[in-house]
Design a protein around this ligand. Structure first.
Ligand code: TXA
Ligand code: MG
Length: 317
């Protein structure tokens, strides 16, 4: 992407268009936070329910007080350590932040993304960008420009290509109750990393249809192909012999069966590598017209917790 293109993207955003941009977590659909019509376009394009608020992306923590107020000390500490980065803070919103962005909530979700192109763009604009993941509501988040194009090629004039996302999972979301941090969404920064700063935190992973952290709908991050989570992949393959099957596994799954479509997320068993590959592998499997994707849960620690969270939501009927 050269500077001329970035200039066109800037102009489009100033005019109230929406564009797709890379971040280190997943790609986002971005719009000027001060233009309600542009915000409306995001909800329409994503077919996102009106009760599900958007994340605001800012260029640096220096301008945090333009969007949030009464910022708890722990939030400042977390921002100092993790920004720019894959941590979203839910804070009391400033009055000028529109109710459309926050879905009528008094809080706003905000982060500084850690991607050179996203930062270059944010630094060149005089407004922050609202940017939810660039996928239709409920579907797998995009971790490359190609994934965004698969969803929205026709509808978007600009898809900034910043290469594959280095994390490949959405940001970790932390909110506060009486200034105490609470984990709303497992994400690209492991709970254990956050707890090194905050001490032990409670997890409020919502699972109903009218959640307080709405991203936590039970069915979410889902491919079109049904997913089955099983303890014994070989047994499940056996039971589904008549079907066209794909297997998604952490490390190499050795089998005597002829599973043609196998996605191995990290041969060496590295959770960070597996996280980075997860959505791309799901996108690939989903393109193959399979009857079923079979997988097993990952070790329930570090990023394994986030991966398991996404697999369970993807498998939910
Ligand atoms: O990594 C990410 O966070 C990506 C990149 C593009 O930054 N964005 C992303 O956005 O995942 P989205 O909209 O797909 O997920 C944002 C989540 C939603 O689940 C939403 O419900 C939650 O953040 N959220 C936003 N504002 C909130 C608020 N005020 N209170 C609680 N949850 C909020
Ligand atoms: Mg999303």
């Amino acid at each position: 992407m050269n500077t001329v293109d970035l200039d066109k993207v800037k102009k489009a955003l100033v005019k109230g268009e929406i564009i797709a941009l890379p971040t280190e977590t997943v790609y986002g659909l971005a719009a000027n936070i001060y233009n309600d019509k542009a915000i409306e376009k995001i909800y329409a394009l994503k077919k996102r329910p009106a009760y599900n608020p958007l994340i605001v992306h800012i260029a640096s923590s220096n301008i945090l007080e333009q969007v949030a107020k009464k910022i708890p000390t722990k939030a400042k500490e977390l921002a100092d350590i993790f920004w720019p980065g894959a941590l979203t803070l839910v804070l009391e919103k400033q009055d000028q932040i529109s109710n459309r962005i926050t879905a009528e909530k008094k809080t706003v979700a905000v982060r500084v993304p850690n991607h050179p192109l996203a930062l270059q763009l944010l630094n060149s604009l005089n407004f922050p960008l609202a940017a939810p993941s660039a996928n239709p509501f409920g579907f797998i988040s995009p971790t490359s420009a190609e994934h965004v194009a698969l969803y929205f090629k026709k509808e978007l004039n600009f898809i900034l290509d910043g290469g594959p996302c280095s994390h490949g999972l959405e940001s970790t979301i932390i909110g506060f109750q009486n200034d105490k941090p609470i984990l709303y969404r497992h994400g690209a920064i492991a709970q254990e990393e956050i707890e090194k700063v905050t001490g032990s935190i409670s997890v409020k992973n919502q699972n109903n249809s009218s959640p307080s952290a709405p991203g936590m709908l039970s069915r979410h991050y889902a491919p079109r192909t049904p997913i089955q989570i099983t303890k014994e992949i070989s047994n499940s393959i056996e039971q589904n012999r008549d079907k066209k099957i794909g297997v998604l596994s952490f490390q190499k799954f050795k089998n005597s069966h002829s599973v043609i479509n196998q996605e191995v997320l990290s041969i060496s068993g590295n959770l960070k590598e597996a996280a980075k590959n997860l959505y791309a592998a799901l996108h690939r499997l989903d393109q193959m017209n399979l009857d079923l994707i079979i997988t097993s849960l990952f070790p329930e620690k570090g990023l394994g917790k986030t991966i398991n969270d996404r697999l369970k939501r993807a498998a939910k009927k």
